[in-house]
Design a protein around this ligand. Structure first.
Ligand code: SF4
Length: 336
């Protein structure tokens, strides 16, 4: 069994407005093993991106992060000063964002932008730095890297810009990469290339990765384990194959049913009715209750904890408590 590079314990990220205070991430715990890819999935508003920003120390005021620990390689990130956190960010943990055009600075060349973290964290200068940047561009499959070094972001295609973002994230050989919807803004054909590239680099360099996405198709291609989030909570977790083949939570099952099928001929697309509730509407019961085809009386009165489904899989649904019929055994259409 590999050891863990990251252990997040009871993470809460709280935002305050004049009228109210709410936890966008509401007491979640998970881990990432060395060398593995963990997928975090859920719809918009489930808390996936806030989770990644919390780990990176990038939650802006009035947001605040609390929890027992965010243990990265033996260091509790919640105890670090801003200066100490800056030494880790972009060096030992780096991030790939969804839209490279908003993450890249339009007035600096590609070479300057990739070289920045090498200058700050590795103290590389002049020719040595340029050689390293050109090598990084080569590694991510950029053609004519010497020429691209002097280009500005607007001179590149979307796929090329995302390759540049990946090379920036990898510049300092991080132990952990957090990729937040890295392919969502790209064409489908380019998406596949970028995913393949990330998989290849990750296995070559032995890095760990957290892949945040709303797309279970992407997860099945790239991830080893999966965390499904809903309304600030983890509702299901386990190895990708088990969760996708045998989902234990109605929300996971709904997400899977919403995927377009190969050779799709049905007239009606499946979807999960309703929306993720806003934190002020969470109530005391299961937060998925208003959209759940299996809802029971008890679901409205108490929030289910994570129950063990098997040695590796957990589900926060009363149906996963002992002696109940497995959600995967109940047809979603007949249950609705
Ligand atoms: Fe549905 Fe109840 Fe399970 Fe929530 S606890 S997912 S409402 S069956």
């Amino acid at each position: 069994m590999q050891s863990n590079i990251l252990e997040v314990s009871n993470l809460k990220t709280t935002f305050t407005s004049r009228r109210t205070e709410f936890n966008a991430v509401d007491g979640i715990s998970f881990h990432v093993r060395k060398g593995e890819t963990l997928g975090i999935v859920g719809e918009s508003g489930c808390g996936k991106s806030v989770t990644s920003l919390s780990i990176m120390g990038l939650v802006k005021s009035p947001g605040r992060v609390s929890g027992t620990t965010i243990d990265f390689n033996g260091v509790n990130l919640l105890e670090l000063s801003k200066k100490e956190m800056r030494k880790i960010r972009g060096n030992e943990i780096s991030m790939i964002f969804q839209e490279p055009m908003t993450s890249l600075n339009p007035v600096y060349t590609i070479g300057d932008q990739i070289g920045e973290s090498l200058k700050i964290h590795k103290k590389l200068k002049g020719k040595e730095r340029k050689e390293k940047v050109v090598d990084l561009l080569k590694q991510v499959g950029i053609p004519r890297p010497d020429e691209i070094y002097d280009n500005y972001p607007h001179q590149l295609s979307g796929g090329m810009r995302q390759r540049v973002m990946i090379s920036m994230a990898m510049a300092c050989d991080p132990k952990l990469i957090i990729a937040d919807e890295p392919t969502t803004a790209l064409d489908v054909t380019i998406q596949a290339q970028i995913l393949e590239l990330m998989k290849e680099l990750q296995s070559k360099k032995g890095m760990s990765m957290i892949l945040i996405t709303h797309d279970l198709g992407v997860v099945s291609e790239v991830c080893d384990r999966l965390v499904v989030m809903y309304a600030g909570k983890i509702v299901e977790t386990g190895p990708v194959k088990e969760v996708l083949n045998n989902p234990a939570h109605p929300y996971t099952k709904g997400l899977l049913a919403s995927l377009p099928k190969k050779g799709f001929k049905e007239k009606r697309l499946h979807y999960i009715p309703g929306q993720v509730p806003a934190p002020i509407n969470w109530g005391k019961g299961c937060r998925f209750a208003d959209r759940c085809p299996y809802v029971m009386n008890e679901c409205h009165s108490s929030l289910p904890p994570l129950f063990k489904v098997n040695d590796a899989q957990e589900s926060a649904c009363w149906l996963a408590s002992e002696g109940r019929e497995r959600v995967s055994d109940v047809n979603i259409e007949t249950a609705r």
